[in-house]
Ligand binder design. Sequence first.
Ligand code: ADP
Ligand code: MG
Length: 658
Amino acid sequence: MTLRTKVMLSFVLVVALALGSSGYVFLSYFGASFRQSTLASLDSIALARAVRIADYQRMQVGIARHLGTIIPVKALKEGNYQQIEELLELFHKNFPMFENGFFILSATGENLVDFPPNQENRHKNFAYREYFQRTMNAQRGLIGQPYRSKRSGEAVLTFTAYLQDEDGTPLGVLGCSAQLLGEEGLGQMRQDSIGKTGYSYVYDQSRLMILHPVDERVLTRDVPVGANKLFDAAIEGYSGTSETVNSKGVHMLAAFQHVPGSDWIIACQQPAEEAYAALKTTKLQIMFFVISGSVIAALLGLVLVHRSTAQLVKLEEVTADLSVPDVEDQSLDLLISAETAKLEPFLTHPEFGLLANTIRELYRRLGSALADSHQMTTDLEQAYLQLKQTQGQILQQEKMASIGQLAAGVAHEINNPMGFITSNLGTLAKYQQKLFEYQKNLEASLNETAEEGLKERAQELRKKLKIDYLRDDIDDLLSESKEGAERVREIVQNLKGFSRVDQAEYAEVDLNDCLDKTLSIAANEIKYKAQVEKDYGELPLVACFPQQLNQVFLNLLVNAAQAIEDHGIICISTLDLGDMVQIDITDNGSGIPAENLEKIFEPFFTTKEVGKGTGLGMSISYEIIQKHGGDIQVASEVGQGTTFSITLPIKGEGNLDG
Ligand code: ADP
Ligand code: MG
């Protein structure tokens, strides 16, 4: 997961959490208070209606009592019912709230008079009526329990007034009858809905339904015990609000209130679904708000994260693009600052500036570390090269030293026998001279004095033994042997001269001599390959280590011979340059390709097969000439030949410690 995605996700998560939890808290708080206020308003409706009913009852009872006082006691006692009926008619006209009419029951319950007149009922006994009994017992007017009129079938409510004479003798009861569901009375109330489908109903302690929006339920006892807990509780005295399930099993909010001054109970109910509809809408709205808030936050977060990490991503790209500094590059510093310049725009960034700075610093350090290590490698390589060179020199010097020693030893050993061989040869020549002298004289005297036969025999013997030839040949043999001995002597001398042991010191020498000595040493190597042409100039003595220079000449001569395929010419010329001398050694051999010209002075550079070339000759020669303060140059053309030119100061100005 990328950093961006992570930041984005956490952003959305935080926003969704914040919105969700605040929505949840709000909802539960709002829900609770909404429920509370809904219940409270339902309660206040119930209370208001209870008060309204109580007011109605009080007013009706009051009017009934007042009308009771108007009934003329005298006429009642005397049985003048005509007069009373007229009065009742008047009542009927003026008090429309008792639309059902008025009647008077005697103290024994006999219907004395009524209006509107109902002849059937006249003189019937209604002592069984509950309101009659209660009024008589209480001796004051009250509200009767509603009942259904037998005559009209209407639900009626009777308000009574207690009638008595001045002495307190009971005279009976005035009944004022109202239609329970009449517009004048409480009929309207049951139509007043609460909310859309909420309604109220009134019942009494005896579970009798007094008012109900459904006509059929009025004056029934259709709520069995236990069907509606609050209904039952209210009968037991409970008043207040709560959520309940009504007798039809619908979840309801209900408020119960006792109507003051009677045993009536009013219940206001509203289906919970309707009451909480607003709450549900709010819930949905809040959910929508949370979801859309989260979506907006996600989009916003996307843009924000994108914008705020854009620089970081760019920095990452630039960093990844930084090239690894090439330490071989001459302008390494320029290169590094050009690369670090790419980081410049990020340096002032409030968040990533520090990071960019650190990267820049690290890059710089990397550059200088690489440069350092490169320098170290170069130094090491150089040191290694020098070491190799020195080692090569030591090797070669050792080799030369042992060859020198060997040569010196051999020369010494040969020298002695050669001494007496040479002197013996001289003596032998003298002796041989004398022997021939003697033989010559002997032959002469034989020719003069001897007889013929003896002479002939001597002649024959002389011929047979080829004495004449012998005489001539012995001379030749002796002089050849002398010559040979002389050459051996010369070689031994040269060997001694070449060897370090014999002449390891610094000396002033004629380099022409040195060249000759070296030539004789190398004769074997050269004579089958090349004809040597010398062009020596007159040279001053040169201060040097002659045996080292001999080594140089030897190396050059051997190389020249090896460069010649079949047979060629090696030319050696020397020249006096005043305080310098110059020695040129030229061959007409294979030549050196241009690309090798610089390498030939490197130790171990060789183009020759293994065993033949060591690649050390030229490097040692170069070193030696350098030490002598001289110079060695090469000019060559492939197929034409090569010339090595050595110049040396005659005063030996070089560093000649070695
Ligand atoms: P080596 O002779 O053992 O090869 P040197 O140091 O003497 O080593 O010479 C190095 C190389 O220089 C030779 O292998 C050869 O290729 C080249 N070289 C030197 N002298 C000559 C020459 N006179 N002609 C042609 N090539 C030469
Ligand atoms: Mg060589």
